[in-house]
Design a protein around this ligand. Structure first.
Ligand SMILES: *Cc1c(COP(=O)(O)O)cnc(C)c1O
Length: 347
């Protein structure tokens, strides 16, 4: 096979990932797990699992059985839960793979009783989000009797805000804990961890904060950036005052300018909303993104960047909280939208 270098790379800082997990773990006495859905929020679920398992993380969550299968074989003492539970077409995978379904409805509970061969499961109870999970009255009505429940879960809808819904969900979950037997209880995602140890119970399930997202102010200054997208310069061009750059001619040179064209575009998840606000770093200089974002190309003003040329690498501005505020995308979208053309480089 020919080795073809990609002109786009994601530098992934494994020390920052582990440091974020340790900070999240230290916010309570609970065990701290990790959400690995959507291929580890775009970083590569296998790589994330490897580094966090080495740091001591034992509880992992994916959305689907295909995501679970992609993580096999698991290290012996690691636990994997599938958040979307079991549909009819999942039962073979669910009986075969060493992972547990998170049962989300009476239908899924019945399916697991029927075909789960008595194996353990997790159960999600809805305490007010109305997304996935049994209603509390369903959970208390005998539907769960006799199931081998490893972890009873619920999920916070508004933990990233100071909302009265947080305390209401906490109260509802406490009540459930008194009445539904399970080995462990789990409520908090990243933002929920920041709400304090009352929300942690036995096991927390952070995702975004592991990967450099700041879910609430409490995490500011503690969560470190993990993902650094980099793009290679394909061409350098000099433009005269009054000349325009890109589709729609939305940027006009006010002075003689040096423009660099880089290998990245909206097909890589670098969406058009970065226009006018995006930037990159080269050798300590800041380069403004100029003009529209094309499918595979973007342009930067490198007039003040010193000696710069074809083949040089630019580091995109991609600190998640500030990039989200500038672009209007969520921190989650900034990560999970990153496309397949990036070469992931763990450092
Ligand atoms: C995605 C998810 C998490 C992690 O949420 P973050 O906001 O990324 O920390 C935790 N629990 C459930 C059920 C999820 O779907």
């Amino acid at each position: 096979m020919i080795d073809i270098a990609s002109p786009l790379r994601l530098r992934i800082d494994s020390a920052a990932l582990v440091s974020n997990w340790r900070w999240l773990a230290a916010q309570s006495d609970a065990a701290c797990g990790a959400a690995l859905k959507a291929d580890g929020y775009g970083l590569g679920a296998r790589g994330v699992m490897k580094h966090l398992a080495a740091a001591g993380c034992r509880d992992f969550f994916v959305a689907t059985w295909a995501e679970a299968a992609a993580l096999m074989p698991l290290a012996g003492d690691v636990s994997l839960s599938v958040l979307h539970g079991v549909g009819d077409s999942d039962m073979v995978a669910a009986r075969t793979l060493p992972a547990r379904p998170v049962l989300n409805s009476l239908e899924q509970v019945a399916r697991w009783r029927e075909g789960g061969e008595g194996r353990p499961c997790d159960v999600m109870i809805d305490t007010g989000m109305n997304r996935l999970g049994l209603r509390p009255e369903q959970a208390l009505g005998g539907a769960l009797d006799g199931l081998a429940i490893e972890t009873l879960l619920s999920h916070l809808a508004s933990a990233d805000e100071d909302s009265a819904q947080n305390a209401a969900q906490l109260e509802a979950f406490r009540t459930l804990r008194e009445q539904v037997p399970a080995k462990r209880y789990s409520l908090a995602n990243s933002a929920g961890i920041c709400l304090g140890p009352d929300y942690a119970f036995d096991l927390t399930r952070p995702g975004i904060a592991l990967y450099g997202g700041v879910p609430r102010d409490e995490a500011h200054g503690h969560v470190r950036q993990v993902v650094y997208p980099e793009t290679r310069i394909l061409q350098v061009r000099d433009v005269q005052p009054g000349e325009t750059v890109g589709y729609g001619a939305t940027w006009t040179a006010r002075r003689a300018s040096r423009i660099v064209i880089a290998n990245m575009g909206y097909a890589d998840g670098y969406l058009r909303c970065h226009a006018g606000v995006g930037g990159a770093m080269f050798n300590g200089s800041t380069l403004q993104l100029i003009g529209r974002v094309s499918m595979d190309l973007i342009a930067f003003d490198a007039s003040d960047a010193g000696s710069i040329g074809e083949g040089d690498w630019l580091a995109l501005d991609y600190d998640l909280p500030t990039t989200a505020a500038r672009s209007g995308l969520s921190q989650y979208e900034l990560l999970t939208g990153l496309g397949a053309r990036f070469e992931c480089i763990w450092v």
